[in-house]
Design a binder for this molecule. Structure first.
Ligand SMILES: *Cc1c(COP(=O)(O)O)cnc(C)c1O
Length: 423
């Protein structure tokens, strides 16, 4: 299949890209739980995004590294033209390891440490400041780069969405007034090229939201030009494009976002002194989320006041359901078409009652040894893992385009756990 010509299937049929036999053969060498990512689907998806913005010269998606901080995934995305969006020294190092440097790296941090700025400067990354006081902090610690970007927090001027909350409650970014001061100060310190950034959405499925964000930044670009005489090189609309975690939800249509942003561009920027103005995005979730699966085995079924299905993964492998109450769809391999006549909580083995992948989920009858696939775990899944209860982080596998399975992160071992202890 030619990925670039594949049109988007916006319905979220919760299917899996592997067979039960394939998984059983993988389990011989890689015991559950493990993550597996679908390379072909990741590539096809990024191509659709790039296509939707192909009208915009210089368009770039900076993949939010924190979503899936695996060098092999970064390499694939880099091959598809993506940059990397980092917020820490470690994430910068991950990008550097795969050869992503210079303006292919966006450094969008907050409450930033000088050593992190130092690395960002070394890589010649695009530095996106989170606060007015960082203009001096950056200058005094590592010098002011020629290209500088600021993160705008519209506060009460923008509603934000349900998940990210109200912008005025968020710790991120400059106020509008601070922005004008910031660009002035940066110019005095030698900055010559400028960008503008915002991030006001999380898991947002409404394409209009992103068009409104573009309008907000285009209008601000015009005001900055009028008042300070600066011509922005780019606006970065941030990440936050949502995915349909629940079956029946519709995926965000890149086409609709791309053409909506284009219409706003033509109205506000096209043909003015600000044209051309490049557009950047920095999504994580929508890039890899739907294409990563957590594979786990059912080890127990318990019946007390409720039914419980116990699996060999736990919240340390995927924290979103326990932390945010997020829905993640589940398939039992080989029982995809069985009637859903069991209602159960799906649980891990942490000594915490929120260690649940699902509450009151309708499932087929499952038993010990069944393989459960947890969907939409490709972003903010493995990366949020932790070691509470001396649990270990799982392996990550890549289902390659050629059908081979590649280990792209081995599972942690007890030796890893003990490595930092002084006994
Ligand atoms: C987390 C984050 C992103 C990516 O968010 P997604 O919801 O994964 O798209 C982008 N930019 C910044 C600054 C972030 O903190």
């Amino acid at each position: 299949m030619s990925a670039s010509s594949a049109s988007a299937d916006l319905s979220s049929a919760k299917t899996v890209p592997f067979t039960q036999e394939q998984i059983n053969s993988i389990r011989k060498t890689h015991p559950t739980p493990f993550y597996i990512y679908d390379e072909a689907a990741i590539r096809a998806n990024v191509r659709r995004l790039n296509e939707a913005f192909s009208w915009c010269p210089g368009f770039r998606e900076y993949f939010a590294v924190k979503a899936t901080p695996n060098p092999r995934i970064l390499q694939i995305l880099m091959e598809e033209g993506c940059g990397g969006d980092c917020s820490s020294l470690g994430e910068l190092l991950l990008c550097e390891r795969v050869g992503m440097t210079g303006e292919k790296v966006m450094f969008t941090s907050n409450n930033t440490l000088a050593k992190d700025y130092k690395k960002a400067r070394e890589l010649d990354a695009v530095i996106n400041l989170d606060d007015l006081t960082h203009v001096d902090y950056l200058h005094d610690n590592v010098g002011t780069p020629e290209l500088i970007c600021f993160r705008y927090n519209p506060g009460p001027l923008r509603e934000g969405n349900v998940i990210i909350g109200k912008p005025e409650e968020a710790k991120f970014g400059f106020t509008r007034e601070q922005l004008f001061t910031g660009y002035r100060q940066a110019m005095e310190k030698g900055a010559k090229r400028f960008g503008l950034h915002t991030m006001v959405a999380s898991n947002e499925l409404n394409p209009e939201f992103f068009v409104e964000t573009a309008v907000m930044l285009f209008e601000l670009a015009v005001d900055l030009h009028k008042e300070l005489g600066i011509r922005l090189e780019f606006v970065n609309l941030g990440g936050g494009m949502g995915i349909p975690y629940r079956p029946g939800e519709l995926a965000l249509d890149f086409e609709v976002v791309g053409s909506g942003v284009k219409a706003a561009y033509d109205r506000l920027i096209g043909g003015t002194d600000l044209d051309p103005l490049t557009i950047y995005l920095e999504n994580g979730r929508i890039i890899t989320g739907p294409y990563g699966y957590l594979v786990t085995e059912v080890v127990h079924a318990k019946n007390t006041y409720k039914n419980y299905v116990g699996v060999d993964a736990c919240m340390a492998n995927l924290m979103r359901p326990g932390m945010y109450g997020s829905y993640h769809h589940m398939s039992i391999l080989g029982k995809e078409d069985a009637p859903l006549d069991l209602t159960a909580d799906v649980v891990g083995s942490l000594c915490e009652n929120n260690d649940k992948f699902a509450i009151d989920r309708k499932l087929p009858h499952v038993g010990r040894g069944d393989v459960m696939v947890i969907h939409d775990a490709g972003a903010h899944g493995h990366s949020m893992g932790f070691q509470y209860n001396a649990k270990l982080r799982s392996a990550e596998l890549l289902l390659r385009e050629d059908g081979e399975v590649e280990l792209i992160r081995r599972a942690e071992t007890m030796d890893d756990y003990f490595a930092t202890l002084n006994i």
